[in-house]
Structure formats: C-alpha cells, structure tokens
Write a protein that binds this ligand. Structure first.
Ligand SMILES: NC(=O)c1ccc[n+]([C@@H]2O[C@H](COP(=O)([O-])OP(=O)(O)OC[C@H]3O[C@@H](n4cnc5c(N)ncnc54)[C@H](O)[C@@H]3O)[C@@H](O)[C@H]2O)c1
Length: 449
C-alpha cells in the first residue's frame, strides 16, 4: 500500500487566520463605570444631586390624609393590603376604606400639619337640619356638595354659600343613582314632617326616604369607600312602651298606620345600612333624631314647635291635638348638628339617640313660649299675643303618647349632650320666623347664639 501524504496543515493554517476576539477582561466591567464617574468631577455632581433631593423631600410636609380620589390604583393596593380582602364589586373604583384614610381625621393631627378638608355630600342639605350642617362643615374647612330636589328644602337656606369654591349644589332626586368622589355622606334627604311625608306615602317609603334613596346612597358609599351617616328618627320607637327610650328598645310601631310610611321606612333604612355594613364593609353611622327645632324650619309643616310659633306670631289660636298631655322633647338644631358630626367622626356605628331629654307636654310647650317672649324678648312680645288662645282638636292617628330620649350612650361614647335649653333656643327660632313671616330684616342672623 503506497503511503499517501495527506496535507492537513491547511486546516490549522486556516484557523489561525480566523478573527478571534480577545476574551473579555472581567475586571474592566467593574472599573470602567467607576473611572467614568471619577472623571470630570461627575461624582461630586451626583452626590450634590442626591443631597438636594433629600433636602427637598424632607422639607415637604407629607399629607396626613390621602384623598380618596387621588389615585384609584394606589387606593386599590392599600385596600388589598390592609383589609386583606375586598367587599367591593367594582374593581376599577375600589378605594381605601375610611378607617385607613381617616386615620388622622378624628384623631390628633401631628404638630405642624394642617388638617386637610374632606369632601362631603349632604343629601337634603337645603333643608332645615341639612343647611345648618352644611354651615358647620364649611366653617370647619371641608368641601360640601349638597344634593337636594327641593321638595321641602329651599335654596335660601344655603344661598349664603353661593360663590364659595368649597360649596356645590346639585338639584337631584336621590331616587336616581349619582356618582360623586367623596369621603363622607350625610344622608338626610327625606320629607320629615307629617304634612309632607303623608302627602305621598308610597313615595315616602319606597323612594324618597327609605328604600331606593338610602339604597342609592349606600351604593355610592360602597363604591367610593365613603363613610355613610343615616339620619333616622325617634319614630322608629313608634308609640313606645318603654320610657325614656334607649337604643336597645325595638319599638312599638303600627306597620299599617298613616305614619308607617315614615316610621317603617326609616326602620327599613336602618336595616339596609346595617346590612351594607355587615355584608359589604361600608362604614355606617346611625343617628336616631328626636324632635328638633330652630331657624329655617318650614313654617307650615305641621310640626308642633313651628306650628305654635307661626300661629302665635300670626295671632291665630295654637292648635293642640288631643288633650295636650302627650310629651315631646325638643333639641335646638345646633346641638343636633354637633351630635351628627361627632357621630360621623367617631368610631361607633350606633344607633345613637340624639335629642334633648327635657320633656314637655304639648300644653306646656304652647304656654312656655308666650311667657318666655313676654319676659325676655320685648321685640317678640309686640308681635305675639301673650293671651293667645289654645284650640283643641282631635288627636291624629298613632300620635305617640310619650317621647323622651335616653342619651347615656351618646354621652358615654360620643362625649355629646345638648347644651341649648328651650328658653334659649326658642327666641332664636321666633326671630327667624318673624323675619320670614313679616319680612322683618332687623334681627340679623338669627342662627347665631
Ligand atoms: N327635624 C327633626 O325634628 C327630625 C327628627 C327626626 C329625624 N329627622 C330626619 O332628619 C332629616 C332632615 O330633616 P329636616 O327636618 O331637615 O327636614 P327637611 O324637610 O327640612 O329637609 C329634608 C330635605 O331633603 C330634601 N329631599 C326630600 N326628598 C328628597 C329626594 N328624594 N331627593 C333629594 N332631596 C330630597 C328636601 O328638599 C329637604 O331639603 C330627615 O331625614 C328627617 O327624617 C328630622
């Protein structure tokens, strides 16, 4: 077999001609950026930048409250991390529950930090109680949106806020849903006097008050994570068999009477509020309001105080229904507003009785103003006849015989009790009624005391 010389050197030769990059030097990857930084005083500039940024951020006050509308994504995250679960059905509008964002709201605001105003809806804010509540919220620095259909409310009650950038008013019936980004909802919208709620009882129970209106507002509270306060009533106790009435008393209500649209409606509203609280995690507050009086009450709404004052001013006989021995307690509106705000800011759901435990028979009430005006307010004395007559009429159906709140719970847990006795509150109301009935503008702001 002949030997064959096979030249294989070309393979080796070929390889050595090929381009082969130098193996990367590992240490260069570390030193190169450092050398870059050290060159041309870049490091000094970097350190200076960090120092300025630190200074700026440490000087800027961090807000104690997080606006519920600031960032739904952030709020959503916080909601998840704090609650661990969400009750809210609409993922895109999930917000931080009030408990979290409101951490500083009712407590102490750290020194040097200014309390941030809240955004608050007051349904029925153009009415008697609502308008006084709006005054106090605006005075506190909050932004207020009044939602009212003016069924019994009046623009005049809130007109003094027109032009204030923290005040808005929406003509709206709470029977229809509404979406507003707010922190708190005071739900007052409801015809409150027998004349008005008996006017259309079916609408009172179904829509106005109680079912659809309250449902819509609870839905809004759930959606935007707002705290919700329901203004319920002492009427939930019906014609009470327990006296005075504690919150633990379940009441004695006629479910088929002429007042039931209001009484049962408010009871249903309380039920709805509690079910939203238990089932959907909505922070609710329930106030059971006892008879309240004061400036801006509807003049002819048939409520006993406004009736007596208007009749006495017009020199008409004061109408007493039945024998006049039924009792009521009367609180001045500023006391109620104080109680509502404490309840909203506090940590207790309630229900809480908010009323003045001072008890008067209707006959006493009819006489008290006259002697009072005569003794203390000469201006009113001129108008109201101290000898005004009392006219007795048959009592209205289901009129409760006795009504007097036990307010121990509100005293203990809210630190609240009424301060204005009848003899101080009535003259302020008379002054307001006098101006409205006779167009007398001399009295100035009758709500001040
Ligand atoms: N004043 C009291 O003595 C008393 C006692 C117990 C309970 N409350 C409750 O307090 C709340 C306020 O009572 P008030 O005395 O100020 O009565 P009000 O009639 O003066 O005020 C009620 C307000 O709600 C508005 N409203 C009624 N239905 C509405 C609707 N469907 N949509 C939007 N707005 C509507 C009215 O226009 C009015 O402005 C009511 O819920 C009432 O039941 C009041």
């Amino acid at each position: 077999m002949g030997s064959e010389l096979i030249f294989r050197g070309h393979e080796a030769q070929h390889k050595s001609d090929e381009y082969s990059p130098k193996p990367p030097k590992q240490w260069l990857a570390v030193t190169r950026p450092i050398r870059y930084l050290l060159r041309e005083q870049r490091l000094a500039f970097l350190l200076l930048g960090i120092a300025i940024a630190t200074l700026v951020f440490s000087l800027l006050p961090s807000s104690p409250t997080i606006s519920s509308a600031s960032s739904s994504a952030v709020r959503s995250l916080m909601h998840e991390s704090i609650e661990g679960k969400s009750f809210l059905s609409d993922e895109s509008t999930r917000v931080v529950p009030y408990r979290v964002v409101g951490a500083f709201r009712s407590g102490k605001v750290p020194l040097g930090l200014k309390r941030k105003g809240l955004r608050i809806v007051v349904t029925g804010g153009a009415g008697f109680v609502g308008s006084h509540l709006v005054d106090r919220l605006i005075e506190r620095g909050d932004s207020v949106i009044v939602v009212d259909n003016f069924f019994t409310g009046r623009k005049e009650n809130v007109m003094h806020h027109f032009g204030n950038p923290r005040f808005e008013m929406i003509r709206h019936d709470v029977v229809e849903p509404i979406l507003l980004e707010v922190d708190q909802i005071y739900h007052l919208a409801c015809p409150a006097s027998p004349v008005h709620y008996k006017h259309n009882p079916v609408k009172t129970i179904i829509s106005f008050t109680n079912v659809v209106g309250t449902l819509n507002m609870l839905g809004l509270a759930k959606r935007v994570g707002a705290r919700f306060l329901l203004t319920s009533t002492s009427e939930v106790y019906g014609d009470p068999l327990e006296h005075p009435q504690k919150e633990t008393y379940w009441g004695n209500v006629n479910p088929i009477g002429v007042r039931s649209c209001y009484d049962e409606g408010k009871r249903t509203a309380e039920t709805l509020a509690m079910d939203y609280h238990r089932g959907a995690g909505v922070e609710v507050r329930i106030a059971r309001i006892f008879n309240t009086y004061g400036p801006r009450m509807c003049i002819d709404d048939g409520r006993v105080v406004s009736n007596f004052v208007a009749q006495a001013l017009r020199k008409e006989p004061m109408t007493v229904y039945g024998d006049g021995k039924q009792t009521r307690s009367f609180q001045y509106v500023s006391d109620l507003v104080d109680g509502l705000m404490r309840l909203m800011e506090g940590e207790h759901v309630g229900p809480f009785n908010l009323g003045n435990p001072g008890e008067f028979t209707m006959l006493e009430l009819a006489k008290v103003p006259i002697s009072l005006y005569a003794a203390r307010i000469p201006v009113v004395q001129e108008t109201i006849d101290p000898n005004a007559k009392i006219e007795f009429r048959p009592n209205t159906e289901d009129d409760p015989h006795k009504r007097k709140p036990d307010i121990s719970r509100a005293k203990d847990l809210l630190g609240w009790e009424p301060k204005i006795p009848l003899h101080r509150g009535l003259p302020m109301m008379v002054s307001d009624f006098r101006q409205r009935i006779f167009g007398d503008q001399k009295g100035g702001d009758s709500t001040a005391f």
